[in-house]
Design a protein around this ligand. Structure first.
Ligand code: PPS
Length: 291
C-alpha cells in the first residue's frame, strides 16, 4: 500500500480514501462469496446510494412499507469502508454490498458468475461536478478551490476512485467474467419504473404492481431526500465529518448540471480527453436531459 498523502491511499494502482478499511481491501480478493450475494459497483458519484435504496426496497418488505426504520446504508453497506463493530462477512444472506472497487480488486469468487453485480454508470461531466461539491463538503477529502483545479485532479485520476475511464472500461471489458448488469444513471432518471423492473428481473425477484409502485415512489430523488433512512445526510453530520452546512449526497440529482459549471474551454478540454480515452467504447453516454 502506498500512502500518497493524508487523503489518498493507493493499493495496486487504485486510490482509496481514508475511511477505506485497507486491511479488508488487501484481503478482498479472497473474500468468500455466497451465491446470493449482490454487489452494487460504481465509480463515486454515479448513483450508488440510489441503487442501494432500490435494492433495499426490492429485498426488504419492512423497508418498502416503512415499518422498519433501518438505514439503507445498513441494509447495503459499503464493502471497503470501515463500520466499527461490524463484520460484513458474517451478515445474513442475501448479503447486499456497495463498492467502488475496480474489477481487478473484486473478490475472485464473483467470477463464479452466481453472485450478481450491478454496475451503475453516469456521464463523467456530471460525476465531476458532483464530486467537486462533495469533496469540498466532507473532511475525508482534500478541498479544491476551483472547478478548474478539480478537472485536473479528476482527469489525472488523483481522486478516490482513480480514473473514471479506467473504472468503467475495466468493468465493461471484463463483463464476461461476471454475472453483471449495466445500468445507466440517466436512463434510471428517465424511466425509473422500467429500470426497477429491469433490476428485479436480473435479481430474479417477482414483485407485484403495488410493490413496484412503492419502490418507484421511494426511489425518486425528492422522496429519497426527505426520507431519513434513504440518505446518508445525518451520518457525516453526526460524526463531525462535514466542513459546512448543506446537502451534498442528494445535491441536485439531474442530468446535464455540468452545463452550469464548465466553461467552453473546460468542456472542450474534457471532450478532447474523453475522445482519446473512450474511442471505440460501445456503451452510450447521455450528456443532456433532452438526448
Ligand atoms: S457516492 O458518495 O459515491 O456514494 O455518491 P453516489 O450515491 O454514487 O452519487 C451521488 C449522486 O447521485 C444522485 N442521486 C440521485 N439522482 C437521481 N435520483 C435519485 N433518487 C438519486 N439519489 C442520489 C445525488 O444527488 C448525487 O448527484 P448530484 O449530481 O451531486 O446531485
Amino acid at each position: 500500500m502506498n500512502n500518497t498523502g493524508k487523503y489518498l491511499f493507493n493499493f495496486k494502482g487504485y486510490n482509496f480514501n481514508s475511511i477505506a478499511d485497507m486491511n479488508r481491501v488487501e484481503n478482498t480478493e479472497n473474500f468468500e462469496i455466497r451465491e446470493d450475494d449482490v454487489f452494487v459497483i460504481t465509480y463515486p458519484k454515479s448513483g450508488t446510494l440510489w441503487m442501494q435504496q432500490i435494492l433495499s426496497l426490492i429485498y426488504f418488505e419492512g423497508h418498502r412499507n416503512r415499518t422498519e426504520k433501518v438505514d439503507t446504508v445498513d441494509r447495503v453497506p459499503f464493502f471497503e469502508y470501515s463500520y466499527p463493530g461490524t463484520d460484513i462477512g458474517n451478515r445474513p444472506s442475501p448479503r447486499l454490498f456497495a463498492s467502488h472497487l475496480p474489477y481487478y480488486l473484486a473478490p475472485k469468487g464473483l467470477k463464479n458468475k452466481k453472485a450478481k453485480v450491478i454496475y451503475v454508470y453516469r456521464n463523467p461531466k456530471d460525476i465531476m461536478v458532483s464530486y467537486f461539491y462533495f469533496s469540498n463538503w466532507l473532511t475525508i477529502f482534500e478541498t479544491t478551490d476551483t472547478i478548474d483545479d478539480f478537472i485536473e485532479k479528476f482527469l489525472d485520476g488523483n481522486v478516490s476512485g482513480s480514473l473514471w475511464f479506467d473504472h468503467i472500461r475495466g468493468w465493461y471489458e471484463h463483463r464476461h467474467d461476471f454475472n453483471i448488469l449495466f445500468m445507466m444513471y440517466e436512463e434510471m432518471k428517465k424511466d425509473l419504473r422500467g429500470s426497477v423492473l429491469q433490476i428485479s428481473r436480473f435479481l430474479g425477484k417477482e414483485l407485484s404492481e403495488e410493490d413496484v409502485d412503492d419502490i418507484v415512489n421511494q426511489a425518486t430523488f425528492e422522496n429519497m431526500r426527505s426520507i431519513p433512512q434513504a440518505n446518508y445526510a445525518h451520518v457525516p453530520k453526526s460524526q463531525g465529518l462535514t466542513r459546512h452546512k448543506g446537502e451534498y449526497y442528494m445535491r441536485k440529482g439531474t442530468i446535464g448540471d455540468w452545463k452550469h459549471h464548465l466553461t467552453v474551454a473546460q468542456n472542450e478540454k474534457f471532450d478532447r480527453i474523453f475522445q482519446t480515452k473512450m474511442k471505440d467504447f460501445p456503451l452510450k453516454i447521455i450528456w443532456d436531459i433532452n438526448e
